[in-house]
Design a protein around this ligand. Structure first.
Ligand SMILES: Cc1ncc(COP(=O)(O)O)c(C=O)c1O
Length: 479
């Protein structure tokens, strides 16, 4: 029940927005609830449809509600104020060789049982992928047997796909030309080609701490050393730490995920990205930027990429369609700036070109529409599921547990109180058919022993809640 409005006509929409905000604030309208339809509210309060719509836009901009196509407006998930967040990380400032390879191999072996509640993988929920549409596009391309379909494509990659990616770059704050883009076999391949273009074995590479284990393994496999940076769970790598690190060490490259970092979910504010790019430009250090989660923002605006502030062509942007459209297609891209020729040469030497038909299929999907709808659904699902997971963690995990509050992506980082050992909990959880990613995977010397990374890609269910309650009990027992 929304209190009647006064007849202060010039502020009707504002009053309406404030009333609904109060209902959300007091919990009368809860996350996931539908707010009254525009028409109903307009009749109820005898105000115009446009006033109600304006009120809903105000509430959307405040991040309180969200529109769902053909369904109406709903209260957005919000995080419980009670559960504390982890604080900034403080890894030792030393260039070191990684030691996570064996641990990764062991943990991956126990994560492929389909009966397991899977909280450990950073793969998207298959139900949110556009499987049917991509299948139809792929079949259509094969049927039409376009000229050159079975041939190698250009070393830089399929021209249609590069054009579509260039068009999308406007959303990220760039205005890229298709010629600046090189397609790759996923984001990992883009990172690998870019790292090889700017480093030689023995060099040191600075990364966030914690950071995703595939990057640590990649750095290690190229004979490079890792330098870990203090990182804020909300706003990403600490720029003072980076400045200090680059004065103490000869850093050949910096690899960061400014948007929804894995595993912290941190999102660097755009001004901080600009300061980062400017600082590295002064020091002539290339920045390899991983933006694989950038499209999965939960709020209304897509964050920019650091590349948007790159005046010296020193940022090598890497991404893929693996978190949003088709991880198995292995289609990604790099925008290597001044290192374009080296990256293209390395790609040509390694594998000549990408798989033509898969690049054409993604290009056609992007061109014919549907991607915006697909992303909207994913963002909504991940935001809702993340809230449900945080609620369950606050209910079932030991007192003193801390959890991140990402504003995008689908990963949560949980810090357990006391001297808990996530590897022991992982072993015990396997007996209950639950898998998660233990903290030690995310640093070269297997630190973060009291941390877990949980994936929020599973739709909410009683089974999932039970799995989280079990994890909470195992953590409590460990303590
Ligand atoms: C930050 C980050 N970058 C890159 C990747 C890998 O992307 P792709 O599958 O496109 O190689 C992942 C996968 O989890 C990731 O988390």
């Amino acid at each position: 029940v929304i209190k009647p409005l006064t007849n202060h006509r010039s502020y009707l929409y504002q009053q309406l927005a404030d009333r609904i905000a109060a209902l959300i604030e007091h919990g009368t309208l809860r996350p996931g609830d539908r707010v009254p339809s525009v028409r109903r509210l307009s009749t109820q309060h005898n105000v115009s449809v446009s006033s109600v719509l304006q009120a809903y836009i105000v509430l959307e901009n405040r991040g309180l509600i969200e529109a769902r196509p053909q369904s109406g407006y709903y209260v957005r998930p919000r995080f419980l104020a009670g559960l504390p967040e982890p604080t900034v990380t403080e890894p030792p400032l030393a260039a070191i060789k990684g030691e996570v390879g064996e641990l990764v191999a062991r943990l991956l072996r126990c994560s492929d049982d389909p009966g397991v509640v899977q909280l450990g993988s950073a793969s998207p929920d298959p139900a949110t992928l556009p499987t049917g549409k991509l299948n139809r596009i792929l079949a259509g391309i094969a049927r039409r047997a376009a000229p050159g379909l079975l041939d190698y494509n250009y070393p830089a990659g399929c021209a249609d796909l590069r054009r579509e990616i260039a068009r999308r770059s406007l959303d990220w704050g760039c205005a890229l030309d298709a010629d600046e883009i090189i397609t790759t076999a996923g984001c990992m391949d883009a990172l690998r080609l870019c790292l090889r273009a700017v480093t030689k074995p023995g060099d040191t590479v600075a990364v966030e701490s914690p950071t995703f284990f595939a990057l640590l393994q990649l750095i290690d496999s190229l004979g490079l050393k890792t330098l870990q940076l203090s990182t804020f769970p909300r706003h990403g790598a600490c720029l003072d730490a980076l400045d200090y690190a680059t004065r103490r060490h000869k850093v050949a490259a910096v690899v960061l995920t400014p948007n929804f970092q894995n595993p912290l979910g941190a999102c660097m504010p755009d001004e901080k990205k600009q300061a980062l790019v400017e600082m590295l430009a002064r020091k002539s250090i290339p920045l390899i930027e991983d933006d694989v989660f950038g499209d999965l923002h939960h709020g209304p605006a897509r964050p920019k990429v650091a590349k948007a502030f790159d005046k010296k062509e020193l940022v090598l942007l890497c991404s893929s369609f693996s978190k949003t459209l088709a991880p198995g297609y292995r289609v990604g891209w790099a925008v290597p700036g001044r290192y374009r020729a080296q990256v293209e040469l390395l790609k040509r030497v390694d594998y000549i070109s990408g798989a033509t038909i898969l690049e054409l299929a993604i290009a056609e999907f992007l061109k014919t529409g549907g991607v915006a709808h697909c992303l909207r659904q994913q963002r909504r699902a991940y935001a809702r599921q993340m809230q449900q997971m945080i609620d369950a963690i606050s209910e079932h995990f030991p007192t003193g547990t801390k959890v991140t509050r990402p504003t995008g992506g689908f990963l949560l980082w949980v810090e357990l109180p006391g001297a808990t050992n996530a590897l022991d909990i992982h072993r015990a959880a396997a007996a209950h058919k639950i898998n998660f990613a233990p903290g030690p995977l995310y640093s070269p010397k297997q630190a973060y022993r009291n941390c877990l990374r949980l994936s929020c890609t599973n739709p909410w269910s009683a089974k999932l809640e039970h799995a989280l309650a079990t994890l909470g009990q195992l953590a409590e027992k460990q303590r």
